[in-house]
Write a protein that binds this ligand. Sequence first.
Ligand code: SAM
Length: 288
Amino acid sequence: MSELVNTWTEWLKSSRFSYMNEIQKQQALLWLLNVRDNILDRAALKQGDTVLDIGTGTGLLGFGAYERLNGSGEVILSDAFADCLAECRKIAEKCKIVEGLEFLQSEASDIRLPDNSVDVIVMRSVLVHIPEKLPSLLECCRVLRKNGRISIFEPIIKRNTRYYELINPDKFPNYLRIKEIEDKIASDPDDPLVNFDEHTLKNDFINAGFKNIDVNMSTESSTYEVDPAMIDPWFNTPPSPDRPPLKQRFMQFMPESEVNEFLELLKADLAGSTITLNSPTAYIYAEK
Ligand SMILES: C[S@@+](CC[C@H](N)C(=O)[O-])C[C@H]1O[C@@H](n2cnc3c(N)ncnc32)[C@H](O)[C@@H]1O
């Protein structure tokens, strides 16, 4: 059964971690904090800056920026979805934050702010959920002041380790078919999660009018001993509230019975083995 996720807050708070054990959850949280710090370091925040966090979710970057501004300047937490802003308001109340924080419901491609009104934009894993990236970057350029900075992070999912790279081809009668399907899923031009990489992003930054663009690639590696019980959740956890889980993507190319057979073979082949999943990621900094 696929997990049903209705809102971004639900996905951010529980669904995205649902296939992990406690140790993996802790590692994922530490990794997120490290990504937040890298994005904010690269943004080189200055006292008094107005900072816009686009697609703030539960405020990972925005609250981090607020802490760094230390009472000076302003942070605007913006998201297309009201549930995220409601969650951020709750956090702000809990932290007794009464000024220096604004909440803005806004699409990344139609930011409800005047031209030249912010000093810094930060964004983590937002463009990856938007089919066309350029319109949002054009908006970022419009609302930034001259010489304003943008610092973002995006996962380059199309180059993540594929399952067919982990398995023993001799044990999978339809190995080539599986490989073909996985490659198709990972390069679907209509899927916002995989229809870009660091090169297309850099071009979009150039076309949006940014200068001094710096792309910094790194690879996140996770090494696991596979417990077969992990495999169904891997295939049934949606990558976002509005995208189908991997199992359903496979079912667009082969009948469910064949996908189930593949999953059973996968459990048998990987059980107890130690695998490494590599996920390339891009940090991009630029100026207006
Ligand atoms: C993976 S989450 C990242 C949340 C947050 N930036 C973080 O680092 O934890 C993606 C966020 O982008 C928001 N989002 C998705 N599509 C959007 C759009 N078109 N415009 C603005 N925000 C969007 C979602 O509501 C969600 O909060």
